[in-house]
Design a protein around this ligand. Structure first.
Ligand SMILES: Cc1cc2nc3c(=O)[nH]c(=O)nc-3n(C[C@H](O)[C@H](O)[C@H](O)COP(=O)(O)OP(=O)(O)OC[C@H]3O[C@@H](n4cnc5c(N)ncnc54)[C@H](O)[C@@H]3O)c2cc1C
Length: 264
């Protein structure tokens, strides 16, 4: 007979102790401070500012909604978020935010149509590297936030401690893992799934494939100048602590993809 999980707890500490007991294999034992409630979600929906979102959403300190954990776990639907957007704006001001909701919807539909694409390369890499050139395991210094790149270590710490990082931060970490450390995107995708509170296979894995270039025209890379532009004041962008990413896009492309043939 299938065992049934407890669903009533005397206190949050009681719940935390129970979950720890259920998951002794969990390597990250940090407890998220997020305490979901309908009150919290209604507050976040009230705060949505579509015009501010459109202006600042790429900045790490930008006015993003932080709704993803609640959408992933079904506490609010993307239709409800769309309605909240339209309640605060007209369709044109709300366009950017509604477009992002549409990405989520698109990834879900794609996964339903092609479940086999979730963990397999959809296309070949456009990096000049073959699938077997990528490593099967995550380097320890990445897991432990001890890479040579200070700003990325801060993002890994935030991911481990809170279970949420900004979309641009996800792009930076995914690009670093796949292109600088040449690790299989599947390994990185699993790492994120283990840590994200909003972990959602379609949004996560198709985004990793987009970064890796197995579902896009070219690999996504970034440099320190980009981090400085979007995360100045939020992350440590001192050149001496971020040397591996402190170069022009041309120089990085040559260093990371020496066998890449343009246009293939
Ligand atoms: C490598 C990588 C991994 C990702 N993994 C996940 C994941 O596991 N779960 C997840 O929900 N999102 C994932 N995303 C998409 C996106 O980063 C998050 O949805 C977003 O950062 C969540 O923060 P927010 O709610 O403040 O987003 P907002 O910018 O406020 O957007 C509102 C909502 O729109 C949707 N959305 C926004 N951007 C995207 C996007 N690029 N793709 C799909 N939906 C989007 C989300 O549901 C989000 O809650 C990933 C992106 C990348 C690059």
């Amino acid at each position: 007979m299938a065992s049934v999980c407890r669903h009533e707890f005397k206190s949050r500490d009681d719940l935390v102790a129970y979950v720890k007991e259920l998951s002794p294999q969990a390597t990250n034992q940090t407890i998220s401070q997020l305490q979901p409630s309908m009150h919290l979600i209604e507050g976040l929906l009230q705060q949505v500012s579509p015009s501010e979102y459109a202006r600042s959403r790429n900045f790490l300190a930008g006015a993003v909604t932080h709704l993803s954990p609640f959408i992933t776990h079904g506490l609010v639907t993307i239709q409800q978020v769309r309605d909240a957007v339209l309640a605060h704006s007209d369709a044109s001001t709300g366009e950017k935010l509604i477009q992002q909701l549409a990405w989520r919807d698109f990834w879900q539909r794609l996964a339903r149509q092609h479940p086999d694409w979730l963990w397999h390369n959809i296309e070949s890499h456009k990096t000049g590297w073959q699938p077997d050139d990528y490593a099967d395991a995550m380097p320890d210094d990445v897991v432990d936030a001890r890479t040579p790149v200070a700003c990325l270590n801060q993002l890994i710490q935030q991911l481990c401690e809170t279970g949420w990082i900004h979309n641009h931060a996800r792009l930076y970490l995914a690009a670093y893992v796949v292109h600088w450390r040449r690790v299989k995107w599947q390994v990185g995708a699993q790492w994120f799934m283990d840590l994200l509170l909003d972990g959602d296979l379609p949004s996560n894995n198709f985004s990793w494939q987009w970064v890796a270039s197995t579902f896009s025209q070219k690999p996504y890379i970034f440099n320190l100048e980009n981090v400085h532009k979007y995360a100045n004041g939020v992350l440590d962008t001192a050149p001496e602590r971020n040397r591996e990413i402190d170069a022009s896009y041309e120089a990085l492309q040559q260093r990371l993809f020496p066998h890449m043939v343009e246009g293939q």
